[in-house]
Design a protein around this ligand. Sequence first.
Ligand code: CAO
Length: 258
Amino acid sequence: MTTTEGDRGQLPSLEPWPRVDFERFGPVERTALSRIRQRIIGRLTRNWVWIPHVTHHDRADITTLERLRRSINERADPSEPKLTVLAFLLSALAVVLREYPQFNAALDGNQLVLRRYYHIGIATDTRAGLLVPVLRDVDRRGVREIATEVTALAETARQGKLTPTQMAGGTFTVSSLGALGGFAFTPIINAPEVAILGVTRAEIAPVWNGSEFVPRLMLPLSLSYDHRVIDGADAARFVTRIAALLSDVLPSDLDSYL
Ligand code: CAO
């Protein structure tokens, strides 16, 4: 019987990257990877290889929230920034991160660093690639201010003008593909953070209310978490709580959001 690296408690070595003579099979075009793309590759590979990811999927019923959001936007002065679904989500997230501090933590060697500030990274799609500007002190801002700040940060990112400070100090990340589509995905955690929340497109779905199916607007949420630090039951509680905050919004609550 032969002894493998696995038997000795070591990781098996990886196969080398395949070398293919692409030109043999047809015409190709080669472009050099930009510096930003090379950094993205380095970071995402590190995070994917080091962190045992699990992704928990759920949905929030945002039927009422969406009706209120639309009616506020319709009545607002056109010069005012629009309230976005993402801004309400970030506001709810600040509440839930305070209730579940381990999701706002960082892994630092043998220590878990519980951060008592709530700076949320916003994964932003730019022509240069994915950038993550950080919205600071989300817990101290109303939804209107959050919406304004996210729009401004995304604009700065797309103009390629983010400073390193604007991308530093995040405690948790949100990746929203809601404007683009999809019903679930597995976002990759942004180390040393321990969780990231993915959001995809809200859609009307039939929901059983105990006696009949009713059409409700459901927002898909996909939470990837570092399973070394966070247990699956806590992840389920965390997402359920976010969904409850978004689903239970009453017109009278809106003042506290704004
Ligand atoms: N469901 C349905 N519609 C949604 C939605 C959702 N979850 N999220 C946004 N929309 C709609 C908005 O309502 C808006 O329409 P209205 O003007 O009618 O209200 C429209 O889509 C435009 O949204 P937006 O993308 O401009 O704004 P946003 O606040 O939702 O997102 C930002 C901002 C910066 C997160 C986004 O532009 C972006 O870059 N997303 C990509 C992130 C990404 O690449 N993630 C993958 C990284 S890999 O982990």
